[in-house]
Design a protein. Sequence first.
Length: 98
Amino acid sequence: MPVVLSKAFYKALAGYAAEFRTTRAQFVMKAVRHYAETLRKKDSPMSKALPSDEIVEVYRSAQGALSKKWWSTLTAEEKSARAMKAIEARWGKPKKKK
């Protein structure tokens, strides 16, 4: 059974979809995914441990910057070796149980 929403909702939905050059259905699906992702971030252990959302975002961006900086120090061969190791760990032969 379809949900009945106000005319104002459908008008706003059509306006946003047209503004971003997408269909109403695609816009709604992206909005729902974005909302779910936001709720997951707010419910994460890091969000619960840190006192404010601003500090959480600063911490996340700092982690990303540090990771990006560290990866930039590796040579192409080192990156390839790490990738192969990860692939083998994930898709390699299963270890036999003793």
